[in-house]
Design a protein around this ligand. Structure first.
Ligand code: DGJ
Length: 728
């Protein structure tokens, strides 16, 4: 396993646990894509690239009419010299020319995986985990060097790709497009699965057949967004949850992205992912380089489920970092839906007391603790405690909460500024804006210009001051509007289109700095819920507030869709009051608990206003979650029934050693004369016996897998059931 080079055939063969990825240098140095799929021991050319002349596919070498880039499956294609498909990159010279001609120069293979300058990426802890090849292509006429970086994780089915463009020439090069990965498959027998949504309705699963032409998704919002996740899967036509070949593409980036598939005239498929070229360009002075974000590619021949578990493992252990990566995450209570911005220190203490009584471990004080913030019209940027609400300050409040035996967490929205704030009055040019144009507001706020170092340093200073001032062990980092009028007062005209990407680099600098200054603080990212649920943010903050929608029924879809790529430990999921504040739906306490327990569990309601029955229920829920927490947060996840396909949903978690499992089943609406249903389990060892916890029943793993368990009849709407099994 690792990277095998066949120097004679000029083939690079990247081998993971069950996957192979092969490239070949063909003709005069073009880098071609040979194969990506199930693992093969050796690549001997049983299905070589075939060269046939095609009319209207021109030839770089007129003496060979069988060779055209238009028909060559490639790894990093250009536009303009015979390939008419969407390119992976494009540059422009001072004379206006956009043609490039990249040819193979050299390669270098080494153990391990390098970090990407200024960008989040997956990593290794030990060099033996992965091998990397850097393949250098060069356009010698203009001195453009493009280094394609591939890392294969040898004990899994993960290959990462990123690209470095270097200017070795004597004139500036303007990058118009620089994607992270491009792969040409030799046929088009795929469906395309993506995750779309909206605020309070994130990551719905949608699958479509691909057709000739371009199809894809993108974000132009300055954030990865609620609307589309930077992720796509190409699925073989016969692939489903448990079977068949699927190819996942996920971008480790939190800003504008594109993920695109083009089926060409010969029914081949080009898949592309990277920074959205829309409204983007980048000047590369001689001697400079540009680093693209990383694309994480996962192959599975065990359907979507196999792919998801690979992403989950990879992200849990080799994307998320820091003290909390491998620690059980605390059960929290957040005051947002309990009080919104109307609270006093005493009210917060009352909530904390009730939380402690129930066994909750962390109290999070949400928006409204700073400036003169009583509503969303002011104070973002003024990160000083609001002494009307908290007369004795944060240190005192956090200290009192900790004395009760709970941790204390705090909300921030550091990337933003309210128009009504001291900060904006002092620095009106510190926000993204375009001279002489209106500054559109979202939630009465503007976006700070994080492409500017002084703005980043202000944020680092302001957050540091607060975190150092009180015993705060958790931070919720929010971001509540998308970018408009994207421009920076600090950049020259020709660099204005760099602003959105420079913002991301600034944000990553800020996050790196703050998370390393406070390594023991648990950070949770949030963007109006799940508007930046992406691997870029996960690198800095190992959990995300999944959605502002806390309705249990809506959450079934949101959490199911999110699970296609992101692990349960990363998904903040809270029980809230009914009628639900977003959907105005009344669901049972049990259903709300069972849905939230399938993620990173907590509460978001006024614990001081519970009925006696609810107080008992909460204690029981908290205890149950503590009993299954290790399974949910560190186990393997299996989807059993999709809420996108009907009225039911089910999933389960199994420990890696298959010794314990917890199964959740949900029914949204009651049905007349409903069938007597069976649920077949997954992920258990067929050769072992399993006791159903709470009973003396023991079943064979094979029986649970193949025969399934009987779903008892339930009456009424909004039901859920839970089973726990232990190997005997
Ligand atoms: C949006 C978040 O998603 C909510 O949970 C809450 O923190 C509010 N912002 C506060 O303004």
């Amino acid at each position: 396993m690792g990277i095998i080079v066949d120097a004679g055939e000029r083939v690079f063969h990247l081998q993971g646990k069950d996957t192979s990825y092969c490239l070949q240098i063909v003709r005069d140095g073009y880098l071609a894509h040979l194969y990506w799929g199930r693992k093969i021991k050796t690549y001997s050319g049983s299905n070589p690239i075939r060269f046939v002349g095609r009319s209207f596919s021109p030839n770089p070498d007129p003496s060979d009419r069988t060779f055209s880039l238009d028909t060559l499956p490639q790894e990093y294609p250009a536009y303009g010299n015979t390939d008419f498909r969407a390119p992976a990159y494009q540059i422009q010279l001072e004379n206006g020319a956009t043609i490039t001609d990249l040819r193979y120069q050299k390669y270098e293979i080494y153990r391990g995986k390098p970090q990407l300058s200024g960008l989040p990426a997956t990593y290794v802890e030990d060099e033996r985990e992965a091998e990397t090849v850097e393949i250098t292509l060069e356009d010698s006429l203009i001195g453009l060097r493009v280094i394609l970086m591939y890392t294969v994780f040898e004990h899994d089915n993960v290959i990462t790709r990123s690209v470095r463009l270097q200017n070795h020439g004597s004139q500036p090069i303007k990058i118009l497009r620089a994607l992270s990965a491009s792969i040409d498959f030799r046929d088009d027998q795929f469906d395309l699965l993506t995750l779309y949504g909206a605020h309070i309705n994130e990551r719905n699963v949608v699958k479509r057949s691909i057709v000739p032409g371009i199809q894809g998704i993108e974000s132009r919002r300055g954030a990865s967004s609620h609307q589309q996740n930077p992720f796509m899967v190409l699925m073989r036509k016969n692939a489903d949850e448990d079977h068949g070949e699927v190819y996942g593409f996920n971008l480790v980036y939190s800003g504008n992205f594109t993920a695109q598939v083009e089926v060409d005239q010969f029914h081949t498929t080009r898949a592309l992912i990277g920074i959205n070229p829309f409204d983007f360009s980048w000047y590369l002075e001689p001697g400079d380089f540009f680093q693209t974000p990383e694309a994480v590619l996962v192959y599975s021949h065990e359907g979507l489920g196999g792919m998801s578990r690979t992403y989950h493992r990879q992200y849990r252990t080799r994307l998320c970092r820091g003290t909390h990566r491998d620690l059980l995450r605390p059960i929290l209570v957040n005051n947002w839906e309990a009080t919104y911005m109307k609270f006093t220190a005493e009210k917060i203490i009352e909530i904390a007391k009730a939380g402690k009584e129930a066994g909750i471990e962390l109290l999070v004080l949400d928006d409204g603790w700073f400036g003169k913030r009583d509503n969303d019209k002011s104070s973002l940027g003024d990160w000083e405690v609001n002494t009307h609400k908290l007369p004795r300050g944060l240190k005192d409040l956090a200290g009192r909460v900790r004395k009760l035996g709970m941790e204390f967490g705090l909300w921030f929205e550091p990337e933003m500024v309210s128009v009504d704030s001291k900060l904006y009055r002092q620095h009106p040019d510190w926000c993204l804006h375009v001279p002489d144009r209106n500054r559109s507001e979202g939630r009465n706020q503007l976006v700070l210009d994080l492409s500017r170092k002084e703005v980043c340093d202000f944020i680092i200073g302001a957050v540091t001051k607060i975190l150092a001032s009180a015993p705060i062990t958790y931070v919720k980092w929010d971001m509540n509007r998308h970018m408009t009028e994207i421009g920076s007062a600090a950049l020259p005209p020709e660099r204005q289109r760099e602003t959105a990407h420079r913002y991301m680099l600034g944000l990553y600098y800020v996050l790196e700095e703050i998370t390393s200054r406070f390594p023991d603080v648990l950070f949770e990212s949030c963007s109006g819920g799940g508007g930046r649920f992406d691997p870029g943010m996960l690198y800095y903050m190992p959990q995300v507030w999944t959605s502002d929608n806390t309705d249990a029924v809506s959450r079934l879809k949101i959490q199911y869709g999110t699970s296609i790529v992101y692990p349960a430990i990363t998904m903040g999921a809270h029980v809230s009051a009914v009628p639900n504040h977003q959907m105005h739906r009344d669901t049972s306490f049990e259903l709300r608990g069972h849905v939230a327990m399938s993620g990173n569990f907590g509460y978001e309601l006024d614990l001081t206003k519970l009925t006696a029955k609810e107080s008992v229920q909460i204690k029981e829920q908290v205890q149950l979650y503590k009993d299954i927490r290790v399974l949910v947060q560190f186990g393997d996840f299996y989807r059993l029934l999709s809420p996108f396909e009907g009225n039911l949903a089910a999933w389960m978690f199994v420990t890696e050693d298959q010794s314990e499992a917890v199964v959740f089943w949900y029914q949204v609406l009651a049905e007349p004369n409903a069938p007597l249903a069976t649920l077949r389990l997954k992920g258990l060892n067929p050769d072992c016996g399993y006791q159903e916890i709470g009973t003396d029943k023991v079943y064979g793993g094979d029986e649970l897998l193949y025969t399934g368990i009987a779903i008892p009849r339930v009456r009424g709407d909004f039901h859920s059931l839970l089973w726990r099994f232990k190997r005997v």
